[in-house]
Design a protein around this ligand. Structure first.
Ligand code: SF4
Length: 376
């Protein structure tokens, strides 16, 4: 089993909180699409002998692609891979791209899952986020998608934005749930360096939300979604059972994936590699018939760290039996001894051979995971 991730590195404008690799300069658009298509062909052996189960168009803004550009990429995918085992093909989309005409274009391609940036229903905050849409656009977009027959829609929610109160979150959840998503990804707002929101906080123009309120928001989201049958399966991800993201679940289960496009990462069990996050160098390398990836061979300690990092984010947690079998007794015992203080303080729990975060531990997940990692 394996997945393919395609990074479309352009956006019409940069959102104020986003540090994903993308550019609002669309001049090189044609060359980028040609280069990505060529990279698909150059790297067709990366996942040799693995059945491709998922394809994910992320970015950036894949919903800026037109019919011809999708055709170029899909033609190359079909030419380079056996896609007969693919179960899920996702496209990330911005609400203001999803008018009826555009959705008809999408219907010409085998997408069966849409991931749409809802973010919030608060128009003032959407403006602060420098999103291109207002809340009404999202409602209209999802209605269009439903009418066109899409039955697997994921919505991204951002919570913990400046001045957000519990009433605001409740309203966001009301609006979001009225759109009947099969899947929700809920992310606490973070202020990433080099983003314009980060600079505003640095200059004292915005204040991050109070930490206690953040925790209350998180618990409210978990419970409210659960009451609607949308169950948490990873720290930030929730789904109606059966609609969990197959592609993202692969990341948490150490399933190999090929990432193409500028800045995309790949993983094949024994190594990780990543493409340049510079569009010109990316295009130049591919034009020269080279793959510009940097590759890091994983040693046993790094494989253990990847295992901890990915598994502890899931609701199921770390399978201790698998940990011992795959990573050996020394790292197994190391993990248990480092987990011990967190077990005593109720941040993680050991149940039926699984070590998992409790709801109280989720907000400390970064430091708990870091304690369990093996450092040189
Ligand atoms: S959030 Fe999405 S649309 Fe906004 S800049 Fe980032 S990648 Fe582009």
């Amino acid at each position: 089993m394996a997945g393919i991730y395609i990074h479309i590195p352009f956006c019409k404008q940069k959102c104020s909180y986003c540090d994903f690799f993308s550019t609002a300069n669309l001049n090189l658009r044609d060359k980028i699409i040609q280069a990505i298509a060529k990279e698909i062909s150059l790297r067709k052996d990366y996942l040799l002998h693995q059945d491709i189960k998922t394809i994910y168009f992320g970015g950036g803004t894949p919903s800026l692609l037109n019919e011809e550009e999708f055709s170029i990429l899909f033609n190359e995918l079909y030419a380079s891979f056996d896609l007969s085992h693919v179960q899920e093909i996702t496209i990330e989309a911005n609400p203001d791209d999803l008018d009826q005409n555009y959705i008809q274009i999408l219907r010409h391609f085998p997408f069966n899952r849409l991931s749409v940036g809802f973010q919030t229903s608060n128009d003032k905050t959407l403006k602060l986020f420098m999103r291109r849409n207002i809340s009404e656009d999202t409602i209209y977009a999802i209605r269009n998608c439903r009418e066109a027959g899409y039955e697997n829609i994921s919505l991204d929610l951002i919570y913990g934005w400046p001045d957000e109160q519990m009433d605001d979150l409740m309203k966001d959840l009301d609006v979001l749930l009225s759109l009947n998503p099969q899947h929700v990804s809920a992310y606490h707002l973070t202020y990433e360096e080099k983003t314009s929101l980060y600079n505003k906080v640095k200059r004292g123009l915005l204040s991050p939300v109070d930490e206690n309120l953040s925790v209350a928001f998180y618990h409210t989201i978990v419970e409210r979604l659960k009451a609607e049958g949308i169950i948490q399966y990873e720290i930030s991800n929730f789904a109606i059972p059966g609609f969990e993201s197959k592609h993202n679940s692969s990341y948490w289960q150490s399933i190999p994936y090929l990432g193409v496009g500028p800045s995309a990462h790949s993983f094949n069990l024994n190594s990780r590699s990543w493409n340049p996050n510079d569009i010109n160098s990316y295009i130049k390398k591919i034009d020269d018939g080279e793959v510009g990836t940097i590759t890091e061979i994983l040693n046993s300690r790094e494989k253990y760290n990847d295992f901890i990092l990915t598994r502890l984010r899931t609701v199921q947690g770390i399978n201790l039996h698998e940990l011992k079998n795959v990573h050996g007794s020394i790292l197994y015992n190391y993990c248990l001894s480092m987990a011990s203080p967190h077990l005593q303080q109720g941040r993680i729990v050991l149940e039926k051979d699984y070590l998992r975060l409790t709801q109280n531990g989720v907000f400390l997940s970064d430091s708990i995971i870091s304690d369990l990692l093996s450092i040189d």
